[in-house]
Each structure stands twice: as structure tokens, then as C-alpha cells.
Design a binder for this molecule. Structure first.
Ligand code: HEM
Length: 525
């Protein structure tokens, strides 16, 4: 019973983030939510022509309503290992509102690297973050995005793939440093020995937004406090809206999102600031004097017929980079700080490494092997139990002969893959003999570990950024921001928690892992 209460608490925390004014709305809709959330899942075996023997089996579950959630939450990988032993590498779980097919081991790369015509991550993630729909509900009455033409380069992905490569990140260095120094002066200007307890989520979303907005929108408007705070909350608002849209009938979900979770204010701010700025930038592009930003990249990216996007359309797309970058980077940064908060010796060793640098900036902090190893270990250990939500756009034929039916949600057993290690990589196997077992955190694991072991290298042993052609193109930028931010914090503060122990991660529905809610105490040195 306590576990069920934990799940409800976790849900409630995500939805409200402690705001009591949402309670009446939650109460009114609770009945419908529970009905829709916990009603039996349609059985694909009854609605498809696929031979039922080829469809991965639904794992038996003891509890009719919450299915596998308690077992998953309690057993971590133990339960998933039992499922693999009994049902093979692919099986279906009963998780309210999701009922995913779970893929494990070698099947994970097959799914992640599938053609986007067969399996779509972007469609799958919409089940969690229905950004387009929330945007339409919030803003269609003011501005409607132009329909996407499949012959155009994707405006949310292409500019990042082309311009955020590892050898091009240095152009953002000064803006990242200025952004962080503004935060440190404003929020953490402590005298030696003075301490401050900091709520990580608010602090980090704002810090990452403050470092990133000048890179994405430019130095003129990128430091605007309204733009920074609106981009910091955008994803969180959309995730909350997504929970209502997923579980309520569309007429009610849409009405609640329009009224309670609208992001109209945030998009208004973007349009008000960016439209005049981009009008100026277009002139500068013609004169060859424009600053490198996400917006200026998009402004210069021709459509399939050679024409350019309008200023309004470009400003409207700005939200896409905030959506893909700020929440993800803050989420990982929070795990990093929680891991450091209970390891004072590691902080001291890292401080010595940072002290050896000629100067402290994103280029130099990117080169510290222990910091890179630490970040990779954070990504390895704090990954979702089940994640990388993807949608089967067609029946998906797997290498073991099984078929996942069209329309199904597919999730990968990410933590299990990270903890089981990779087979056939001799250097890593030899190296890991000197490290702690794979189910324990070891910040030194990837120091001198051989090829493909940097934090931004993607493979079966590091699934945090996905795999293949669609692996996260923003990972070099994110890693640079995180390492630089951690270094500046380590050089100024000792980190601890009120209890002296690392806070517990929260696990939502037995699948997604969130950083501890406990604050971190910064003590100036
Ligand atoms: C630590 C922070 C981040 C994490 C953990 C992360 C993780 C991911 C993951 C798992 C994917 C899906 C990959 C796949 O489908 O295989 C992805 C895609 C993407 N990410 Fe990130 N990301 C982070 C930061 C960023 C940043 C800073 C940006 C932008 C500057 C960004 C832009 C994107 C884009 C545009 C895609 C879609 C790529 C495509 O579909 O081709 N991400 N990210």
C-alpha cells in the first residue's frame, strides 16, 4: 500500500510541484483519470492479423490495476532480469496508460537505429511530452505554425546537427561563461564559510536557461530575464499538461490545458523579444556580421524551394531548442550535483585537477579525464529503468522472429543494459576488473578506459543520448555546459545535503527516474 501511495505522491509531485492551487482541479478530474488510467489495455492480439505466437508475451501480473508498477519500482533490474529469463529479450508489461513492449540487450540498438518510418522516437516521446498539441492549444488563436513540408530540412534538428558538433562548440564559450557568472553573483554570492540550501530543480533550470539562451537567441536578447525564466519553465509546463492530455478524454484534457497549463505567456515573450531581434539579425546576415545563434542558423536555412523562413516563423521555432535542451541538461546536472554532494573526497580531487588548468572555461574543463569519466558514470547510473519511448509506426519485425504490432509503445530497458555491460569489448572488460561492479557508482570507471568511453560517445554502454543517426546532436554542447558549471561550483563551494547522505531518486510508474527532491547545501570556501 505504501508503494501505491509513493506512486501517487510521485505523480502528484510532478503535476503540481508543490502548488496547492492545482488541488481542486486534480480532485475534480481524479475519477475520470483513474478510470482512464487503470482501465484494461486493449489486447493487440485481438486486433491484429499477426500470428499471436509471434507477438511478445504479456508478463503475468499479480495486481489488476497497477500491474507491474510496484514490482518494477521495488525490484529495479531484478524483476526485468527475471522477465528476460522467463519470456526472452522482448515482453509486454502492464503499466497504467502505457502498456509498453519492453526490449532488452541487443534488441535495443535494433529499435533505436530503426528507420523513423518504422519506429519513431519523436512520436513516442509525444506520449510523454505532447509539445505540438499543447502549443496548438495555447497559441493557435495568435499564430499558427506553417505546415511542415517533408522536403524541408527539419528546423528543430538540422541546425543543431550542423552547428553544435564537438569542434564548433567553442563559439558559445564566452556566452556560457557570462551566463553562469550572472547566476553565481545573483544566487550564490556567499562569504567564505557561509552556507545556502538550494532547491536544485529551480536553480538548475534557471542556470541552464541563463547559460543557453544567449547561445540560442544571441547576446542582445539572450540575457533577458523574462526570456530566461519562460524557457526554464516551458518543458515542465508541457510535461504537466501531457499527463492530463494522456489520461483525460480529449474535450476535458484540452479544456484544462487551455485554462491551466497554457504556455501562451511563454510564447508571447519569445515572439515579443525575438521578432525585432531577428529582423535586425537578417540585416546582419546580409552584411556578414551576424552572431552565431540557433535563431540565426534557422534564419539562414533555406526551405526546399530556396526561400527563407519568415521572421515570425523562425521566432516561433525557437521554443524547440529550449524544449530539447534545458530540461534534459538540468536533469543530468542535478544528478551530478547529488552524486558529488555525498563524495567530498571526489570533490577535492576534482578541485585539484581543475586547479591545474591554465584558465577555467568550457574548453579547458572539457579536457579533464576524471570529470568526463564522472559525467559518463552519472549518465550510466541515473538512467531510466525503462525509457526511450518509441512508437511502432508499422508492425516491427525483430531479429529473433517476434513482431511488435503497429501502434504499440516500445520502451528500452536502459538501466539493465548499462548494468549488464557490453560483451566483446576486451579493453573495457579488462579495465572494469579494477573498478567497482557495474551496479555501483564509480567516478573513475572511464578514466583511461580505452576507445569510445567518453561521456559523449554513444554505444550500448552509454544509451543516455540514444544511438545511431538520431543520437542527440546537442550532447557536446550539454556536456560542455555541465562540466564547466560543475567546475565553477567545485572551485567555490563544498557540497553537502541536510542529512549528510545522497537523497533518494524518485521513480515514476516504475520506469522514469528523477533526481532527489532534497536540497543541496553550498558552503563557500
Ligand atoms: C544531458 C542533456 C541531454 C540528454 C540526456 C539528451 C538526450 C537525448 C536523447 C535520448 C535523444 C533521442 C535520441 C534518439 O532518438 O536516439 C535526444 C535527441 C535530441 N536532442 Fe538531446 N539530450 C540532451 C541535451 C540536448 C541539447 C543541449 C540539445 C540542443 C542543443 C539537444 C537536442 C536534441 C535534438 C534536436 C534531438 C532530436 C535528434 C533527432 O531526432 O535526430 N539535446 N536527446
Amino acid at each position: 500500500m505504501q508503494r501505491i501511495q509513493d506512486q501517487i505522491d510521485a505523480h502528484y509531485w510532478i503535476i503540481t510541484n508543490g502548488q496547492s492551487w492545482i488541488k481542486p482541479v486534480t480532485a475534480i478530474t481524479l475519477g475520470i483519470v483513474l478510470y482512464k488510467l487503470f482501465s484494461p489495455a486493449p489486447d493487440p492480439r485481438k486486433t491484429t492479423t499477426i500470428d499471436p505466437k509471434l507477438i511478445p508475451e504479456l508478463v503475468a501480473y499479480p495486481l489488476p490495476i497497477i500491474g507491474h508498477v510496484p514490482t518494477l519500482s521495488k525490484g529495479r533490474n531484478n524483476f526485468l532480469k527475471e522477465c528476460v529469463d522467463r519470456y526472452g529479450p522482448v515482453f509486454q508489461l502492464r503499466i497504467p496508460g502505457q502498456n509498453p513492449y519492453v526490449v532488452t540487450g541487443d534488441i535495443i540498438p535494433d529499435i533505436m537505429k530503426s528507420s523513423t518510418k518504422i519506429v519513431s522516437f519523436l512520436e513516442g516521446i509525444k506520449t510523454l511530452i505532447p509539445a505540438t498539441h499543447v502549443m496548438e492549444l495555447s497559441y493557435d488563436h495568435k499564430y499558427k505554425a506553417a505546415p511542415f513540408n517533408s522536403r524541408d530540412k527539419n528546423p528543430a534538428i538540422y541546425p543543431i546537427k550542423q552547428n553544435f558538433k564537438s569542434d564548433k562548440i567553442h563559439v558559445f564559450s564566452e556566452r556560457i561563461q557570462t551566463g553562469l557568472h550572472i547566476v553565481l553573483k545573483r544566487d550564490l554570492d556567499l562569504k567564505p564559510g557561509e552556507s545556502k540550501s538550494v532547491n536544485m530543480w529551480d536553480f538548475l533550470t534557471n542556470t541552464v536557461s541563463q547559460m543557453s539562451c544567449p547561445c540560442f537567441a544571441g547576446s542582445v536578447v539572450g540575457y533577458d530575464s523574462e526570456l530566461i525564466s519562460s524557457m526554464a519553465v516551458l518543458t515542465q509546463k508541457i510535461i504537466r499538461a501531457g499527463i492530463f492530455l494522456a489520461v483525460l478524454p480529449s474535450w476535458l484534457g484540452d479544456a484544462i490545458v487551455r485554462r491551466v497549463f497554457s504556455v501562451e505567456k511563454e510564447i508571447d515573450i519569445t515572439m515579443r523579444l525575438l521578432v525585432p531581434e531577428l529582423t535586425r539579425t537578417r540585416e546582419e546576415i546580409l552584411n556578414g556580421t551576424s552572431e552565431v545563434t540557433f535563431s540565426s542558423m534557422l534564419l539562414s536555412l533555406p526551405l526546399h524551394d530556396g526561400s527563407l523562413r519568415s521572421i515570425e516563423e523562425t521566432a516561433f521555432w525557437f521554443k524547440s531548442i529550449a524544449l530539447s535542451s534545458i530540461h534534459t541538461t538540468s536533469h543530468i546536472s542535478s544528478f551530478c550535483l547529488h552524486e558529488l554532494s555525498c563524495r567530498p573526497e571526489l570533490v577535492e580531487t576534482l578541485r585539484n585537477e581543475i586547479n591545474r588548468l591554465d584558465s577555467l572555461n568550457p574548453e579547458t574543463t572539457a579536457t579533464i579525464p576524471l570529470l568526463d569519466s564522472f559525467l559518463r558514470e552519472v549518465l550510466r547510473c541515473n538512467i531510466d529503468y525503462l525509457g526511450h519511448h518509441s512508437l511502432a509506426l508499422q508492425d516491427v519485425q525483430l531479429r529473433n522472429g517476434q513482431i511488435i504490432p503497429k501502434g504499440s509503445l516500445i520502451m528500452s530497458a536502459l538501466l539493465l543494459a548499462h548494468e549488464q555491460g557490453i560483451s566483446g569489448q576486451a579493453t573495457q572488460d579488462n579495465h572494469t576488473k579494477t573498478c567497482l561492479p557495474l551496479d555501483q557508482f564509480d567516478a573513475y570507471r572511464f578514466v583511461d578506459a580505452g576507445e569510445d568511453t567518453n561521456a559523449t560517445d554513444v554505444n550500448l554502454a552509454n544509451l543516455a543520448f540514444g544511438l545511431g543517426a538520431h543520437a542527440c546532436p546537442g550532447r557536446y554542447f550539454a556536456a560542455n555546459e555541465i562540466k564547466y558549471m560543475l567546475s565553477e561550483l567545485i572551485m567555490r563551494f563544498n557540497l553537502s545535503t541536510p542529512s549528510g547522505k545522497r537523497g533518494e531518486n524518485s521513480v515514476l510508474l516504475g520506469t522514469s527516474v528523477f533526481p532527489p527532491k532534497t536540497p543541496i547545501v553550498f558552503t563557500a570556501i
